[in-house]
Ligand binder design. Structure first.
Ligand SMILES: Cc1cc2nc3c(=O)[nH]c(=O)nc-3n(C[C@H](O)[C@H](O)[C@H](O)COP(=O)(O)OP(=O)(O)OC[C@H]3O[C@@H](n4cnc5c(N)ncnc54)[C@H](O)[C@@H]3O)c2cc1C
Ligand code: FES
Length: 493
């Protein structure tokens, strides 16, 4: 069984460009996942000069590792948002995600990407779960969605009752990203890979304001920068501090059996998320779940094993082929973020924080940010967090909220449990040689924890991850760990 995500296990070709050192762009988009590429496409299609800078390669973040279910029925998310922030915000959130679903349906139909339109199903294993899915049904009905109650579900795993929403969408995320990269290039945008953005500096005033974008490959300038980096890369303030990185796990199985048409998610923990896909003419079963905060000392080894055990019990004969993990970011307000950051003098924007529902969230966030940059008022929003709902989590999420909150509340939100403090850590590098690294995260100073399954140093605060010898793998940090054994090679990524 390989740890490469199923979708990334084949070669993909798409247009890329060299780093355009010292050139000027209207917009520099950072990150080549769903958010970055939809943002770039919306802006390039309106004649803006756009460059996309990606530290790794297309889909290397959550987008290439996702389950890729596009749905307005997202577990019990809409009713949970309603409970926290009210019906109007729940309506805005659902409308934005419906826009994302429709956008994918249209884009895929016009760009030759196969999609299927199964129902989405949220199911309950126990009585408490039944109450939660009932609330989701009522909220979706009130908002005008054709959700239905299922007293019984014809599936082999335990499910007491369910709510379903017909005609949602699933796709192969890498096929979608490759088509997006092609569409961005056709509209005049450039995708530059293996280029990590390490710093931004806003220079000039008024019309002449430019953002200097620094990378290991050189510098360029842009009138605006959009960080589509899942967590707000380069941010060391409240925006990064109020999102939690959650790692979760997916297994793919060769599967000859039957699963009634649908994309399934349990309401109770541990979540079990299921769908089927056809890959190279064979049927594949995907089973996901077991999310936990990145960098916590969860017994990670058991996470993939328990997904395999679940499949062995309820889908006998399913043969595991791929087992991987990835992370997405959860704002404590529950609402994705799309707009200007509190710093950057209005020229640095961020879109992300989808709590594992970014397939529909990304085009909506991209539309909101692009509309702002094009000088239009957007019809979309993810809804406004209410002050009481925000105070419950003691966290401001939007730039205009902190004024309403006390410094003590912010302090409480930023505080995180620390793992046992270890100043340095030893591990074995890919060449078999031992290396010793500082275990203080270069982002904001948290103590890192060893992840024995993925062999990485993981940060429990905002999800930065580093290789055994300290090379930055992902997350909001922008530099490697300090080597304590005298070897200070930089990754350059
Ligand atoms: C296991 C799992 C299952 C999921 N299943 C679903 C699902 O079924 N349906 C759904 O809607 N959503 C799902 N999601 C969530 C969804 O995949 C994400 O919300 C979405 O992919 C986020 O897209 P993005 O473009 O914002 O971020 P990403 O895809 O993470 O892209 C961010 C990119 O930014 C790059 N980057 C970061 N920092 C820098 C820097 N400094 N310089 C340059 N580049 C940088 C990264 O390398 C990365 O490629 C799932 C997530 C996970 C983890
Ligand atoms: S990622 Fe923020 S402190 Fe480590």
């Amino acid at each position: 069984m390989t740890t490469t995500p199923l979708w990334r296990d084949t070669e993909h070709t798409y247009p890329t460009a060299d780093f355009p050192a010292d050139q000027r762009f209207d917009v520099a988009v950072v990150g080549a996942g769903f958010t970055g590429l939809t943002t770039a496409l919306f802006l390039a299609a309106e004649g803006r000069s756009v460059v996309v800078l990606e530290s790794r390669d297309l889909g290397a973040g959550a987008s290439g590792a996702t389950t890729a279910k596009a749905s307005v029925l997202q577990g019990v998310r809409v009713s949970t948002i309603r409970k926290r922030h009210g019906l109007d915000t729940a309506r805005s959130y659902a409308t934005a995600n419906r826009y994302g679903l429709d956008w994918w349906a249209d884009f895929c139909a016009t760009h030759g990407v196969a999609t299927q339109r199964p129902r989405a199903v949220t199911y309950a294993r126990g009585v408490r779960g039944v109450g939660a899915i009932w609330a989701e049904l009522r909220t979706l009905e009130e908002l005008g969605y054709p959700a239905r109650w299922c007293e019984t579900l014809d599936v082999p795993f335990p499910a007491r009752a369910a709510v379903e929403l017909p005609d949602q969408l699933q796709l192969d995320p890498m096929a979608a990203l490759v088509a997006l990269a092609g569409a961005v290039a056709e509209a005049g945008g450039r995708l530059v890979e293996a280029t990590r953005v390490t710093g931004l500096r806003v220079r000039g005033t008024g019309e002449a304001t430019r953002v200097e974008v620094r990378t290991h490959a050189g510098t360029l300038t842009a009138a605006d920068v959009v960080l589509c980096t899942a967590s707000p890369a380069l941010d060391r303030g409240i925006t990064a501090a109020t999102m939690e990185a959650e790692r979760s796990y997916l297994c793919a199985f060769d599967f000859d059996g039957d699963l009634a048409e649908g994309m399934y998610a349990s309401v109770e923990s541990p979540v079990r998320s299921l769908r089927t896909a056809t890959v190279d003419g064979r049927q594949v079963l995907l089973v996901g779940g077991n999310g936990h905060r990145t960098g916590t000392a969860a017994p990670i080894a058991s996470k993939l094993d328990s997904l395999r055990e679940f499949a062995a019990e309820y889908f006998p004969g399913a043969r595991p082929t791929h087992g991987w993990s990835a992370q997405d970011f959860h704002p404590v307000t529950l609402l994705p973020r799309a707009g200007r950051l509190p710093w950057g003098r209005g020229h640095v924007h961020f879109a992300g924080g989808y709590s594992k529902w970014g397939l529909t969230g990304a085009p909506a966030a991209a539309r909101i940010v692009a509309d702002g940059l094009l000088g239009r008022s957007s019809k979309l929003s993810f809804g406004r967090p209410t002050v009481s709902g925000t105070a419950r989590s003691a966290v401001p999420m939007f730039a205009d909220l902190p004024a309403q909150l006390t410094a003590a509340a912010v302090e409480a939100a930023v505080r995180r449990p620390r793992p046992r403090l270890l100043p340095t850590g030893r591990a074995t590098g890919p060449d078999g040689r031992p290396c010793e690294v500082s275990l203080v995260c270069p982002h904001m100073g948290a103590a890192l924890a060893w992840n024995p399954v993925e062999e990485s140093w993981d940060c429990p605060w905002h999800g930065s991850r580093f290789s055994p010898c300290g090379e930055l793998l992902e997350g909001p940090a922008t530099s490697d760990l300090t080597r304590r054994d005298g070897d200070s090679r930089r990754s350059g990524r």
